[in-house]
Design a protein around this ligand. Structure first.
Ligand SMILES: Nc1ncnc2c1ncn2[C@@H]1O[C@H](COP(=O)(O)OP(=O)(O)O)[C@@H](O)[C@H]1O
Ligand SMILES: [Mg+2]
Length: 360
């Protein structure tokens, strides 16, 4: 069993506070992804959990026990880095056994763990090679293997796939998920890639500027983003946002007059919205449909078309400097410079307060 609690965790470097009080609770066996833009504090948070970085305030608990003062090596965690951090002068086998010899484990036990990890990660054939004779993907498997053989309570991954090419990233993503399924350990995985977060996580922690913006299951976050930042960060391509002002409030519907002059409706989920309030309407590219130019809520001019065969994207100007993306299943006959009509789905449109981005 391994649960993890972060209780009001802070971090400052000298006078600069970079983590501003994070609370989070991880259940045993969960795969939790920390996601957010570069510099938001993902690595700092992970390194504090690992014990590689002191915490400036709050408490970290593993299995309900405070670990603030426990050194990294005794926390029972294993970390995998983006840079692999393999010993170049050692063979793969030696890289895998190195940490275990320091634990004074019997030779047969070490051998058995290495064989098991090598089989699981398909690195058996390379055990006698040195890291420089391996591809990037193979090196990353060895780095993961080095964590696996330690049989940690919790695995920590810091952007482990960032150095790999796109195809290999997809493959390794599936392999790491499979590893999690087999081992059943609690895992924390840091990435700036929201697709990795959506596809791998049991729960996603969305971070921004050292704050936890939202913590929940991927589809809950996609369907119910807490604010404009989360809405824009989770989902690909990103959600479209249109600025405007509430023009009508009805029992079930709120109408917004956009700065572009268009009127769009959203379902009313808040009672704290008044006519005249400045808002942003958010609509995902996949929640809009194409209509003829004289119909639909929005009229837009197409400035680029991407045909991927199975799906298409239209990139459009909406007027007043606002751009938007429309996703279409299948192939499209629409060409650059055409004017199109777009129908938004009132049930799947979001309303955010312009002042602070809070969802309304
Ligand atoms: N050793 C350090 N000294 C001072 N500032 C640091 C140090 N490490 C990280 N930071 C700052 O802390 C913030 C979070 O960094 P980091 O955790 O590396 O972000 P991420 O991993 O999300 O890209 C950044 O503003 C970064 O500049
Ligand atoms: Mg980082």
């Amino acid at each position: 069993m391994a649960t993890l609690q972060l209780k009001d965790v802070y971090k400052s470097y000298d006078t600069l506070e970079v983590i501003h009080g994070i609370n989070m609770s991880l259940n045993h066996g969960e795969f939790v992804v920390f996601v957010g833009p570069s510099g938001c504090g993902k690595s700092t948070l992970l390194r504090m959990i690992a014990g590689l970085e002191e915490i400036s305030g709050g408490e970290i608990q593993i299995d309900s026990e405070r670990v603030n003062e426990i050194p990294a090596a005794q926390r029972g965690l294993a970390m995998v880095f983006q840079s692999y951090a393999l010993y170049p002068h050692m063979t793969v086998q030696q890289n895998l056994s190195f940490g275990l010899e320091n634990l004074n484990l019997p030779k047969t036990e070490i051998e058995q763990r290495i064989q098991e990890a090598a089989r699981m990660l398909q690195i058996g054939p390379y055990l006698q090679r040195r890291p420089k004779a391996l591809s990037g993907g193979q090196r990353q498997r060895v780095a993961i293997g080095r964590a696996v053989v330690r049989e940690p309570k919790i695995f920590l991954f810091d952007e482990p796939l960032s150095n790999l090419d796109a195809e290999l990233r997809v493959q390794m993503r599936v392999e790491i998920s499979e590893l999690h399924r087999r081992l059943g350990n609690t895992m924390i995985y840091v990435t700036h890639d929201q697709v990795e977060a959506m596809t791998m996580a049991d729960k996603i922690a969305v971070l921004k500027d050292g704050n936890l913006e939202q913590f929940g299951a991927p589809l809950d976050i996609y369907n119910h983003p807490a604010n404009r930042f989360v809405a824009g960060f989770i989902g690909s391509p990103r959600m479209n946002f249109f600025s405007g002002e509430v023009s009508k409030v009805e029992a079930n519907t709120i109408t917004v007059r956009l700065n572009t002059g268009h009127d769009v409706k959203t379902k009313r989920s808040s009672h704290q919205v008044a006519v005249g309030e400045k808002v942003d309407v958010g609509v995902r590219p996949e929640h809009m449909t194409l209509t003829s130019a004289d119909q639909g809520d929005l009229k837009a001019q197409v400035y680029a078309v991407e045909q991927l065969g199975g799906e298409s994207y239209l990139y459009c100007h909406l007027g007043d400097g606002e751009n938007m993306t429309l996703h279409m299943p299948g192939q499209t006959h629409i060409r650059k410079d055409e004017t199109i009509g777009i129908q938004t789905d009132e049930q799947r449109s979001y309303l955010f307060r312009a002042a602070d981005g809070a969802v309304l």
